[in-house]
Design a protein around this ligand. Sequence first.
Ligand code: C2E
Ligand code: MG
Ligand code: MG
Ligand code: MG
Length: 295
Amino acid sequence: ARKRGGKNGVQVFDNNMVDIARRRLEVEQFIDQGLREDWFTVHLQPIVGLADGRVSGFEALMRLSHPERGILPPAEIVGVAEENGSIGRIGERILSKALASLAAISRLEGMNETYLAVNFSPLQFEATLPARLAAQLLENGITPSRIVVEITEAVLMLDNPVVREVLDALSDLGCRIALDDFGTGYSSLSYLNRFPVDIVKVDQSFTRSLSSEQPDVRRKSRMLVEGIRTISHQMGCAVVAEGIETEEQWNILQNMHIEFGQGYLLSRPLPLDALLEKLDQFAMPDSPGRRAAAS
Ligand code: C2E
Ligand code: MG
Ligand code: MG
Ligand code: MG
């Protein structure tokens, strides 16, 4: 089919639109079938202290593992799932797998105080969320203080009283709240003031520009990250830098007194088994202390 603005306002889809529609349908089918046949999994990425390389926690990242098509990333899934209303059920599935993973990690020596960071869609912010989460934590023997709820400002922008109540309840429960991808989108500094935010995650685009080839870009992004850090600390928030891929970025961020970081330099997000193996190696007494999750 070719696109043509017809005289009577009828538009024929072009090939590209057909492809998009077809792909969307396909993803919807993958989601349906994935929920039925248990294709949803989490990969876990360590979050470490930049000063000593010690693992402080793990971010749970959604994957859909299709038996023939391989692994689909959240970029393919989340938008479609939010539109067709399946994000709630997917979120439940991800959460229970992530909690089970944390319980398994906790059995390793030195890992019983690490935290789990889980991403939540705005659509998951229902009044029942805190009670459901509390019940699941109890079931898994995990204290709420080991849970970080990652949200983006899209949640806060809803300007919905339920969101406020849910955040307060999660906070009262003892969970921490992280503001993800900070510095992108419509970031408003006042969110740090108006909501119970504990952690600010500096978006990976900043980490990337810190080591840009262009001196001007480097200088400006350094000032931006320093600004975010200063304000975050003054508001009582810890800072995590996302997307650290090089030693140079690590060193710059460490020198800027950013406390925590995550990225491919330390570890890619890994399935539980691979992560446990890696952590186990580093738990051995003669292992190098720094960059605990590296290689
Ligand atoms: P995010 O929460 O900001 O997660 C960080 C993303 O950066 C992840 O992509 C991770 O794999 C990637 N990443 C980590 N280190 C590096 C690095 O050094 N370099 C680069 N280039 N990328 C790095 P991923 O797993 O594809 O997830 C993308 C986004 O999808 C997440 O961004 C989050 O917004 C969303 N997401 C992931 N899992 C879930 C989930 O369970 N529920 C919901 N609602 N959203 C999720
Ligand atoms: Mg996140
Ligand atoms: Mg992020
Ligand atoms: Mg991001």
